[in-house]
Design a protein around this ligand. Structure first.
Ligand code: HEM
Length: 495
């Protein structure tokens, strides 16, 4: 049996590692000085990078300034890098702009793979898991109920649901991080929400990105960067205020929320003389601050954009809404509200959620990774310190894997012989050491919100008859263009 195991291992290695060790990475020829910068400035970057993969294969390189980028475009190569060789690809590139907005990289999502980052991630992960086991579903259900109530009051009116999605999803993070929820028109809440929205939008802008690639530009005035720093300052003053309130009322015996978990670690460390945990000495209040910021940034626009995409696609295919509604009525009935434990009994709803995640992975290029040592992908040598972009959008639209990859067809998962296995072909939350920290939270949110909304309402085109544009705006977060829908109540529930 040892011989069989060794043979299987050898077969697996040759399957995932083609025999081109040391071959130079292919890639498009660039222009003098700027290299492939024009490729990186394309408005629909993930789509363009997927197009390049048709010419250069699933792994290729782009150059600009003095930097080389490696782009990964298929599920296989992304999994090889981020899962099989997770430690080699667990880093984040050090960038001028990233460090300027995160106290020098003391950040969960932009922070490099260091012992202190590992502590920060572990603490937040454990805390989110604790929420999952205790109050997460109640918090999500509470927000889904409020959203339905608001939609109930707007029935028959044409409206853009994006803002409502954003507000309710942001409130979930407020609850988990600060054990507080806000009313829709609360001043602090509107301010936090506006700051996050602006940071996510500005962060992807070319004039800010150029500061990282061309250091000389930092010497010149840059209006976009100046207003970004002003928003970051506002963000920090709000977070600082909540952090102070938490520190002032903290009690060791009662850990109220994620912020308390992080404060507790800080306090325990201060009481210990010389912590034995590697990286603990460097863990500071700024790490706590940035972890909270990241939960808001990572957990608001992503889920909210996903909900907006789901409604946009469903308006195009009303029969999918009807099938989900019938499934919910048959399995759960209309007497009670759906709960997360119902998810395995609602295969068509699950297939629809998976299909929206496939078609519109809301973080289409994940967050850039960096190699932590010399390594390889698909047999190509990749040196330490290179920036690596996992093109999740490209992997989800790979024509060799998916039939009609650009079409919205939940049936591809619902009718698969093994739907669970079929869903493993997508990686919307990325994978490995930097896999989305909020994946569990997001999955509960997507299920509960979609089930609540489709059980009670039907989403129709507005009176103008204009269907939502399915092209979207490609930034760090892939958002649909603003659209309006008419929300109508389902007859049985209404009665
Ligand atoms: C990172 C997807 C919701 C928190 C990421 C990444 C992706 C992603 C692709 C980048 C992983 C990488 O760099 O390889 C999504 C999707 C969501 C979602 C599709 C919803 C539909 C959330 C939520 C939270 C969250 C609800 C918070 C509760 C984070 C954080 C990171 C991250 C903190 C940084 C992780 C790290 O660098 O170690 N997410 N996300 N996300 N996400 Fe999410």
């Amino acid at each position: 049996s040892i011989l069989i195991a060794v043979k299987a291992l050898l077969r697996w290695r040759t399957a995932v590692e083609p025999s081109n060790p040391g071959a130079a990475l292919p890639g498009p020829t660039g222009l003098p000085l700027v290299g492939n910068l024009l490729d990186l400035k394309k408005p629909e970057l993930p789509v363009h990078l997927a197009e390049l993969a048709k010419r250069f294969g699933p792994v290729y390189r782009l150059r600009f300034g003095c930097q080389t980028l490696v782009v990964l475009n298929s599920t296989e190569v992304i999994r090889e890098a981020l899962v099989r060789k997770w430690a080699d690809f667990a880093g984040r590139p050090h960038t001028f702009t990233g460090e300027a907005i995160s106290f020098g990289g003391k950040d969960l999502s932009l922070g490099d793979y260091t012992p202190t980052w590992k502590i920060q991630r572990k603490l937040v992960y454990a805390s989110l898991q604790h929420c999952f086991k205790t109050n997460l579903e109640a918090v999500v259900t509470g927000e889904a109920r409020k959203l339905c109530e608001e939609f109930r009051n707007s029935c028959g009116i044409s409206l853009d649901p994006a803002h409502d999605f954003s507000m309710h999803v942001c409130n979930i993070i407020c609850s988990l991080a600060f054990r507080t929820t806000f009313e829709k028109d609360d001043k602090d809440f509107l301010e936090i929400h506006a700051c996050l929205d602006e940071i996510v939008q500005r962060w992807g802008s070319p004039s800010i990105g150029a500061l990282d690639s061309f250091p000389i530009l930092r010497k010149f005035p840059n209006a976009a960067w100046k207003s970004m720093l002003a928003v970051v300052q506002k963000r920090d003053s709000i977070v600082r205020r909540y952090l102070k309130q938490h520190k002032d009322t903290f009690q060791t015996q009662e850990v109220r929320d994620i912020t308390d978990t992080l404060i507790k670690f800080l306090r325990d460390k201060e009481q210990e003389e010389g912590s034995s945990v590697k990286g603990a000495e460097e863990f500071s209040e700024e790490h706590v601050h940035m972890a909270i910021v990241d939960l808001f940034v990572g957990g608001t626009e992503t889920t909210a954009s996903w909900l907006a995409w789901a409604v946009a696609f469903l308006v195009h295919r009303p029969e999918v809404q009807d099938r989900i509604y019938s499934e919910i009525c048959e399995v759960i009935g209309v007497e009670r509200l759906p709960v997360y434990a119902d998810r395995d009994r609602l295969p068509f709803l699950n297939a629809t959620i998976t299909e929206v995640l496939r078609l519109r992975p809301v973080a289409p290029l994940a967050i850039p990774h960096a190699t932590t040592k010399d390594t390889s992908v698909a047999g190509y040598f990749i040196p330490k310190g290179v920036t690596v972009i996992p093109n999740l959008y490209g992997a989800h639209h790979d024509e060799s894997k998916w039939r009609d990859p650009t079409h919205f067809r939940p049936e591809r998962f619902a009718d698969a012989t093994n739907p669970r296995k079929a869903a493993q072909g997508i990686i919307p939350f990325s994978a490995g050491a930097r896999v989305c920290l909020g994946e569990t939270v997001a999955k509960v949110e997507l299920f509960i919100f979609t089930a609540f909304l489709l059980r009670e309402f039907k989403f129709l085109p507005p009176d103008s008859g204009e269907l939502p544009d399915l092209k979207g705006n490609y930034g760090i977060v892939l958002k649909p263009k603003p659209y309006t829908v008419k929300i109508t109540p389902r007859a049985t529930l209404h009665a």
